[in-house]
Design a protein around this ligand. Structure first.
Ligand code: F3S
Length: 67
């Protein structure tokens, strides 16, 4: 699974990083910053939580079988 942020939608709510700090950091402006989109095994649930937490739906998950 990969996790990416749609920078056009992200408006800095920071809920994603609060839910999954292992996967998502915030840049200097408070926007989601994902340095490594590959979600480590076992952290898929965390990734889903982070995506669900974003009110802008800016966090996208890509299942490996879809790419
Ligand atoms: Fe941005 Fe949503 Fe996170 S608006 S900072 S991706 S909670």
């Amino acid at each position: 699974m990969k996790i990416v942020v749609d920078t056009n939608l992200c408006s800095g709510h920071a809920r994603c990083a609060a839910h999954a700090p292992q996967l998502i950091a915030l840049d200097d402006s408070g926007f989601a910053d994902i340095s490594d989109p590959e979600v480590p095994a076992g952290q898929e649930g965390l990734a889903r939580e982070a995506a669900a937490a974003c009110p802008e739906r800016a966090i996208k998950l890509i299942d490996s079988h879809e790419v």
